[in-house]
Ligand binder design. Sequence first.
Ligand SMILES: *Cc1c(COP(=O)(O)O)cnc(C)c1O
Length: 597
Amino acid sequence: MMYQLLDFKTKEIVTTDDFVFAGENTPWQVQMDLDHIRHKINLDYFVTATPCLSKYLPLMPIKHPANFVSLRETATPLVKSKVIGKQLGIELYFKVEGKNPTGSFKDRGSAVDITLAKEMGAKGVVLASTGNMAASCSCYAAAAKMPCFIIVPEGVSMSKLAQVISFGGKIIQVKGSYNDAVDLAYKIAKSKKFFLAGDYAFRVEGQKTAGFEIIDQMLFQVPDEVVVPVGCGTNITAYAKGFSEYQALGLIDNIPSLTGVQAAGANSLVKAYEAKKTTIEPLLYADTIATAIAVPYPIDGDKALEAIYQTGGQAVSVSDVEMLKAQYALSTQEGLFVESASAATVAHLFKQHEQGLLPKGKRIVCVLSGEGLKDPNVVLKSAIQPPIIYPNEADFDKLYNSRFFENKSMLFFEQNTVIFADEPTVSQVKEKLNELFGDHYDESFAQKAQALIKRFLAKGKSIYVSDLQDIVQDAREMVDHENLDSLKVISFNVSTAQDKIAKAEVTVSLDGQLYYASNQGVGPVDAIIQALCKACPSEVNYQLTDYKVQIRGQGADAVVYVELKMLKEGKSSVGKAISPDIIQASVEAFIDAYNIY
Ligand SMILES: *Cc1c(COP(=O)(O)O)cnc(C)c1O
């Protein structure tokens, strides 16, 4: 017997005649027969062999190496820090797991999951996931030529699933929560005899190879500490298992302590650790920008706690802003663009350093679990929008001389930081702009920004940092277009009723003359755009070619962002506007596009 399956809590041997390797309420675990393995591998050879995923096949629960579903994975880089380590006074390494085939460490586990699905004769694979797990499993299922069903809650962002679709994963949206999706995947696996992929017993057997690899890459010098971001808790469990199997094989004498880092808004493990408990209390919801670790109820939370206790480690949390700052530091100082969840590890070290808790010279490995391109929206939310100019050098010079590029390019704030709830004076606006963005905003710019702020406040909306970013961009464009003979909207009105056609009326002015028009549309936005088109003086030829709406923020604090492209006298121009109101935003985007040429 090469391995046994145990119930994690009772440690009793468990069996099943299907491909679901989880008890109904308890996780299962794999116990490898290390005596058997020790006889099977030549340790002298093993120590010197180049690290890569297939090197560790003898330590995986796979019957025949020929069945291994592999994408010829090489070891991921273990990079010694150039800047941050020195800054913190430690010997710091990064395990760059974003370099796995689909951009996260999940691939190590998927290689084993999908190999077993194939080796055991399952007809298909099913799992519930909205993110990296889905991308990874669908990729390996494609390599194994197996159908892969992904169950997701209705309404998850499809852009997150673009990788899954590309790998031919079959996505099914269900009306319900993520937990409902998990339950359904479980049931489908049971009844259809599909392999249930995900954070179940076998995944750890692939993911533990990252632990082997670190030891191999450090030439069997054991680091003092390995810092791992924690979502479901499976990966930190895998590191613990990897290190302890190497120890049991006599390859290392001691094992590193494991630090699990969670987001402050998804900190079930930290709570249990601080209360010295061995079981996790689920949270009702998770609140963090780091989607990969936004887990209210970690399936392997109890295993993760055990991993931490057994290695003398700790469970800690960091805030979203701390993660974003660390993410930026990794990009700008080390050239490593990683997911925010990955940056949680470095954020924790920054915090420890500030509190004087980081011993000099300590040898630490941070697990950078995923590639930054996986979730660029998180970064874009903190970014100052790049300026838009006409393609001439004079405009560039104007921007350059305004010292725009001496400003910050990112702003790190908790999303719910209110900047203005009541109407600010011009000098308050100026002061705030200079505090947040840089110090070159003058009185007249602040006046324009204040006018825009007032419009938001008039709609009963507070001004958040992200709103202010958009407002600054709008104000800058107003300055740029100031001297143009411009179209202005004097008034507009839209009326709609259930099942009735929408009607809109507008009055616009151009070169001192007023124009009025009314029109109908399939909806209020269509009606107002049609009316605007009609109202604009007829000698100008133009055509609306594209219209995009994006919602920023959530709930009552959402604003809409409208982008509208029009073709006017043979040239295309793009108008943009934001407002708490979609009609208002559409009208302004129209004016913006119209006034550009
Ligand atoms: C899945 C994931 C995590 C969390 O790992 P768990 O095994 O769920 O604890 C962290 N970072 C990234 C990039 C991930 O994809």
